[in-house]
Design a protein around this ligand. Sequence first.
Ligand code: 5RP
Length: 220
Amino acid sequence: MNQDDLKRAVAVAAIEYVPADCIVGVGTGSTANFFIDELAKIRHKIRGAVASSEASAKRLKGHGIEVFALNDAGDLPVYVDGADEITRHMHMVKGGGGALTREKIVAAASRKFICVCDESKLVDVLGRFPLPVEVIPMARSSVARQLVALGGQPALREGFTTDNGNLILDVRGLQIMNPVELESTLDHIAGVVTNGLFARRPADVLLLGTVSGVKTMTAQ
Ligand code: 5RP
């Protein structure tokens, strides 16, 4: 089994969490793409989807799945998305694909967050993956200086603009011992739109793709 097989297996498992006749929240990235492909197989059983990125919206539409604006959809029963890292407490680092802001918005509007990952993403402590921080362009340097003051080493994601027209700083070297507190601290820096810590609103269920099958986990 390769990594794509594990991603496909968790995408198949996630379909069980999609109620009939609903609008489903859909994440971004390679694992979310497998989920979109599975969703296409049951498209006649759902009303449609809210996408967390332009890329996911395009893929959904390509499969003939109606894409709703979140403002028109109201609260969603379920949001399905991948992660760059996740702990047993269901705290995550996300934003490797740069869609963190819309991901956090759609997740916040959803009653259940189903995280779909292959087993390489499960960690004891967050922080090996550089933490993405979306910043308003005029605040790039001042935010970077404050991230350095917090012990981080920010690097501009070169040649990348988010769907919201902003920049991403990828931050290495942060000690993420208290993800809930750090998420709030980073959000309070003027010019930060969103940071990639998803700890205040953790996942409800993790579907973890392993060589021995899909494991279903909840917060420990
Ligand atoms: C995109 C994300 C993705 O969920 C994260 O990067 C994981 O992606 P993949 O499934 O390709 O490993 O947060 O902004």
